[in-house]
Design a protein around this ligand. Structure first.
Ligand code: PRT
Ligand code: ZN
Length: 288
């Protein structure tokens, strides 16, 4: 009976640091040194497979790994080309956010994709998009430097991942349509391994706790008791704030777990509605 859980993460690249940090914050101690494919947790019955991101959907679909971390873009592209890729996303992880978008040269007169040549590393997703929108166009698969293809006459436009937009700008390209938003997701096989199921579910709950905590803040402030209702309405994503009477001046302390970001604008609004001594504190872990 194999009780050890295997998790596949990217060995190096854009997903690696955040994936590693998520595992470590979830209480899994391991060190990934050098070119090793396998790292063994020193405190839990867990193996970490360190691989290329492209291999993660198939390792998880086959059940070689019980869980994996990969970009939604990679999972969607592979699932669109290969019906053996059955791994399903369980949890959005909130990092490596980007979008798959169409872009054209700044001086291009291109108005529609019809009969155009589109260079991309995501041919299956682009073809699916064209089919869905009843557009006939030529899709050219390119593995790298997609942004150069319009200038060497290979394509009229591109469909590539964009995050800050700096690469498009540096190559005089402009985005004109978005195909999908993407971020890193936790994936699992369609059915969890029966022997390890309980442990896997507990682990997923820990990941959830870390993700929720990253987005949550604990807010503490003081206010006049007559403004309590208005102040509580302004606290983003707070379920049921704690209200504690203060000794002086008919005032209360309000404490709340805010499950959405607390921006400066929100704090300023709280202040203008009578709140004072507003503290916004990070939350490390949440177990619901
Ligand atoms: O070696 P391995 O196969 O494991 O990694 P890889 O080289 O295939 O992938 P990697 O590490 O580059 O990216 C892994 C994942 O990060 C992607 O599959 C996405 O889910 C996610 N991600 C998030 C991105 C970006 N943002 C991103 N900006 N992946 C690539 N880019 C590239 C994009 O292709 C373009 O060249 O960055 C450029 C655009 O960035 P901006 O900031 O200039 O817009
Ligand atoms: Zn890759």
């Amino acid at each position: 009976m194999q009780s050890k859980i295997t998790i596949a993460i990217q060995r190096k690249g854009r997903l690696y640091e955040n994936s590693k940090n998520l595992l470590i914050k979830s209480g899994i101690n391991f060190s990934a040194n050098g070119e090793r494919l396998l790292a063994r947790s020193s405190n839990m019955d867990i193996d970490i497979l360190l691989v290329r991101d492209d291999d993660i959907p198939s390792l998880v679909s086959k059940g070689v790994a019980d869980l994996g971390i990969v970009g939604e873009n990679v999972l969607a592209e592979q699932a669109a080309t290969n019906n053996k890729i059955t791994a399903k996303p369980l949890l959005k992880l909130g990092f490596s956010k980007c979008k798959l978008a169409f872009a054209k040269p700044l001086n291009s007169k291109l108005r529609s994709l019809k009969n155009k040549k589109i260079a991309t590393s995501y041919p299956a997703l682009v073809k699916k998009y064209l089919k869905k929108n009843s557009i006939t166009a030529e899709v050219i698969k390119i593995n790298g430097s997609v942004e150069l293809t319009p200038y060497i006459g290979i394509a009229d436009c591109i469909c590539d991942l964009v995050s800050s937009g700096a690469t498009l700008e540096a190559n005089n390209l402009v985005e004109f349509n978005s195909l999908m938003d993407s971020e890193a997701v936790l994936i699992s096989p369609v059915t969890l391994n029966k022997i390890r199921q309980n442990n896997i579910v507990s682990l997923i709950k820990r990941f959830e706790g870390v993700i929720n905590a990253a987005e949550s803040k604990y807010v503490m402030l003081n206010a006049h008791s007559h403004s309590t209702e208005m102040i509580c309405k302004l606290l983003p994503g707070a379920d049921s704030p704690t209200i504690i009477p203060l000794q002086k001046d008919n005032k209360v302390a309000i404490h709340a777990l805010c499950k959405e970001p607390v921006f400066w604008e929100t704090m300023e609004k709280l202040k203008s509605n009578g709140a004072s001594s507003i503290l916004v504190l990070p939350v490390e872990k949440i177990l619901n």
